[in-house]
Design a binder for this molecule. Sequence first.
Ligand code: 4NP
Length: 151
Amino acid sequence: MVCLGNICRSPLAEGIMQHKAQAAGLNWTVDSAGTGHWHAGEMPDSRSVKTARQYGIDITGQRARQFHPGDFEQFDRIFVMDTQNFRDVLRHARSDEHRAKVDLILNEIYPGQDRSVPDPYYDDDGFDRVFQMLEAACDQFIRRHMTLLNG
Ligand code: 4NP
């Protein structure tokens, strides 16, 4: 899960996907990163922590880090939050295999529309809406995965 700062959107996405994967009995490694380095080492934004907690998800153990090209090797899927993240991540890709791993997370629920998760950093009221978008996208990703697994 990749956004700009790795303190608002992608920590929520990580927490939600981890929570839902675990509930579905999937032993996935879920992580998040930012394309920027400014917040490396920080906890998620307190508004993301509070929003996640309202839905029963604890993200206080997360610490921000910057995306690095090794993530293309370590992870099977790389979900980005917005079109700028998409461009920034793809700039590090060295193969079609890498490029094929990257997609906007909202394409899970709005296929092919390339919609962005709005940056809630300057919008205190935006966090709940972001949570709900990410939850719908994670639900859909897991549902599709289970369908492929189980036929
Ligand atoms: P995020 O939000 O990319 O969802 O973590 C932001 C966090 C920090 C900044 C911008 C966006 N910032 O400019 O510091």
